[in-house]
Design a protein around this ligand. Structure first.
Ligand SMILES: *[C@@H]1O[C@H](CO)[C@@H](O)[C@H](O)[C@H]1NC(C)=O
Ligand SMILES: *[C@@H]1O[C@H](CO)[C@@H](O)[C@H](O)[C@H]1NC(C)=O
Ligand SMILES: *[C@@H]1O[C@H](CO)[C@@H](O)[C@H](O)[C@H]1NC(C)=O
Ligand SMILES: *[C@@H]1O[C@H](CO)[C@@H](O)[C@H](O)[C@H]1NC(C)=O
Ligand SMILES: *[C@@H]1O[C@H](CO)[C@@H](O)[C@H](O)[C@H]1NC(C)=O
Length: 642
């Protein structure tokens, strides 16, 4: 009896909140320039949050923090490249890629979902979310968005994805309100509206003709012209601005592209992201962010705070603003930090929402920050040189008599590619075209690195000296640093074309996969065979101190005596590389250039007992080492040196 009464009460509360015609629906009312949710006027304050940058065990924690701000929705992009690692593979929608589960977790926390299905999402994510294998089909590695083979691939991907979303749409009583196609399409300089139209039609085929679709562009006339479609809601990006008149003019431009459109800033950009080797500071004071939110809200605008929680670019999934890769931390000065802490911006936003009269989703209590531990130092020993490690792991290789193979050819989508050949004479080595960084070794000794960061024609040449009398092994490891997220993919990875020694073409190449790759957000693909390789080969007694000066793989054992807590690995004193802990790739470090000096390790990547830590150090000669061992340090606060 009591249970029925409770249900009755819940139902009547819903009926009051959502009006009398409470059949689930989400619509645009162009007469009154507003959204109608289940028939009632509706405005949203959403937080952009990326399930693929958070271990799934922490989804609920992060969503609760978003909800506690007083937000009523989240904005979620879908990275196609993460869901479909290989072209011939069925897309994955489980584990850390269980988008449906994430949307339902948001719903159970009182948050609606606004979905960005791209296929291009930008999101500071490798290739803006487009799979690396798309460029295998073209000769010059450049394709147009309306290329039929591209459209075929998008069709298949959406046919897989969207039927899972359909039952979650509001009209089916689910939490998904509306769906964004592409991202800043008008700003990409392509202006192929036929392509946008094809996408819109394809989305409707899968989600129904009544689905509310939208585009987002910066409020610049030319971008709006190229990036919007008739009868598809045009929304805009706004940035913090003290000038209320200017903010109003941005929304006027939005409305100029659709009469009666509700005001929507699908991307209220409140913070920048960090780049390796570049000083990025936060240009927006908290009070300016709040002032802008108030101005927009007074214009009845719906807003999505970008980012509300950034998270981490685990593995190799970061994007880049060429030539600068996005850092592993995607903290982004967001109100909810990378490790989930709430900060002063969080409190300011929450205070603003607490004071909105009649806001139907008032803030809830703020969850306490999660505990963190600075684990004791761990001694690391050299396991092998980087090239010794790669060869020892028995990689799959492709032989070619002339030019080395590209990354795409050998299906190495992310991480590193290993090349070798034999040379007779030393001298000037010239690699005209490669992406992104090259590490060069002669007879297993490190010669030097060519970084894209300093890219100019001169840095495609390196002097190789110390040849032995006869045959010498020349090895080149190419690092894929994360593809630019601001463009459609235009460039292949790895070595492209000939390589010259003293102006003579080098032949007889081996192009090999490198077995330190990740799928999902961070799982090392070949972990079991890697582990086997490590434990079968390891000889902790055998001192390999000579290799400490070389790019090498270092291993150690973090012993945890109680339930694990979140922590940060302190990479100060190391050079550049990646770190794996157990079967997880916690991402790239580049301590020698900064600014990021610590790598976030969520507790879920650790367990009670032994934890295998591996540093894949590509620059060598680290100050984290003595003559015989190196030290891995932990801290409970993140460190950025600029
Ligand atoms: C905002 O919505 C209210 C209520 O519908 C309306 O009275 C007001 O004119 C709207 N303001 C603007 C700037 O559109
Ligand atoms: C190149 O790599 C292959 C595969 O690991 C290995 O068998 C071969 O000995 C290497 N050759 C040279 C010249 O380093
Ligand atoms: C790039 O090339 C220039 C000119 O040869 C050289 O001075 C510079 O040191 C090189 N930079 C790197 C990082 O190798
Ligand atoms: C390579 O060729 C160029 C022009 O053909 C010449 O200027 C240069 O000296 C040559 N370099 C070597 C190392 O032979
Ligand atoms: C980074 O930029 C900010 C703002 O321009 C400046 O105040 C700061 O000194 C810079 N830091 C470094 C290390 O260059």
């Amino acid at each position: 009896m009591r249970r029925e009464l409770a249900l009755f009460l819940v139902c009547s509360v819903f009926a009051t909140v959502f009006g009398t015609d409470s059949s689930p629906s989400f619509k645009i009312d162009t007469v009154n320039s507003q959204f109608l949710l289940d028939g009632d006027p509706f405005t949203y304050i959403a937080g952009e949050i990326h399930y693929f940058r958070i271990p799934h065990q922490k989804w609920d924690d992060r969503l609760k923090r978003v909800r506690a701000l007083g937000f009523n929705a989240i904005t979620v992009p879908v990275p196609w490249n993460l869901h479909q690692f290989y072209q011939d593979e069925t897309p994955i929608l489980s584990g850390n890629l269980d988008l449906v589960k994430f949307i339902k977790a948001a719903e159970s926390n009182g948050l609606y979902t606004i979905l960005r299905i791209g296929p291009y999402i930008s999101a500071e994510w490798d290739n803006g979310g487009l799979p690396w294998w798309l460029i295998r089909n073209t000769k010059i590695g450049k394709y147009r968005s309306s290329d039929p083979s591209f459209m075929t691939e998008v069709t298949q991907w959406w046919k897989h994805l969207l039927p899972k979303i359909y039952p979650l749409m509001r009209k089916n009583a689910g939490p998904v309100l509306m769906v964004q196609i592409e991202h800043f399409y008008g700003a990409l300089g392509i202006c192929d509206q036929q392509y946008l139209l094809q996408l819109a039609n394809m989305a409707k085929e899968n989600l129904g003709n009544d689905v509310v679709l939208f585009t987002v562009n910066p409020p610049v006339l030319q971008f709006m012209r190229c990036g919007t479609l008739p009868n598809i809601l045009p929304t805009i990006e706004i940035v913090p601005n003290a000038n209320a008149g200017e903010i109003e003019s941005w929304f006027s431009m939005q409305k100029a592209f659709m009469q009666g459109a509700p005001a929507v800033a699908s991307q209220f950009l409140i913070n920048p992201f960090k780049l390796w080797g570049k000083n990025v500071s936060d240009p927006y004071p908290n009070n300016l962010i709040i002032q802008t939110a108030k101005t927009a809200f007074a214009l009845n605008a719906s807003l999505s705070f970008h980012m509300t929680h950034g998270g981490t670019n685990f593995g190799y999934w970061n994007g880049a603003v060429d030539p600068y890769p996005v850092t592993t931390s995607y903290d982004s000065f967001a109100p909810i930090s990378e490790a989930g802490d709430v900060n002063p911006l969080y409190i300011s936003i929450r205070n603003w929402i607490s004071n909105i009269p009649g806001w139907q989703n008032p803030p809830t209590p703020i969850p306490a920050n999660l505990p963190r531990t600075a684990y004791p130092d761990v001694q690391l020993t050299v396991f092998d040189t980087i090239s010794g490690f790669i060869i020892g792991a028995n990689p799959e290789c492709w032989s070619s008599p002339e030019t080395p193979r590209t990354a795409e050819y050998i299906r190495q989508g992310y991480g590193y590619i290993y090349y070798n050949t034999t040379i007779i004479e030393c001298g000037s080595l010239y690699i005209p075209t490669f992406a992104d960084n090259a590490y060069i070794f002669l007879n297993q000794n490190f010669v030097g690195a060519l970084y894209k960061q300093f890219g100019s024609i001169h840095n495609n040449t390196i002097d190789v000296q110390g040849c032995l009398d006869q045959f010498n092994s020349l090895e080149i490891i190419i690092e894929i640093t994360g593809r630019d997220h601001n463009n459609y993919p235009v460039m292949s990875r790895g070595i492209q074309g000939n390589v010259y020694m003293r102006n003579i073409t080098l032949e007889n190449w081996e192009s090999c996969e490198v077995p330190i790759e990740t799928y999902e957000i961070s799982l090392v693909k070949n972990y079991e065979s890697l582990k086997q390789h490590v434990f079968e080969t390891i000889d902790f007694e055998k001192s390999q101190s000579a290799a400490i000066e070389q790019p090498s793989v270092f291993i150690g054992n973090l012993i945890i005596k109680t339930a694990p807590a979140d922590t940060f690995l302190d990479t100060r004193g190391w050079g550049k590389g990646v770190v794996t802990i157990n079967q997880y790739n916690i991402g790239r470090y580049w301590a020698s250039i900064g600014p990021q000096q610590t790598l976030y390790i969520p507790s879920e990547f650790l367990h009670k007992g032994e934890n295998l830590i591996m540093f894949y150090e590509f620059e060598g000669a680290t100050t984290a080492c003595t003559a015989t061992a190196c030290t891995a340090k932990f801290t409970n606060i993140p460190v950025f040196d600029y």
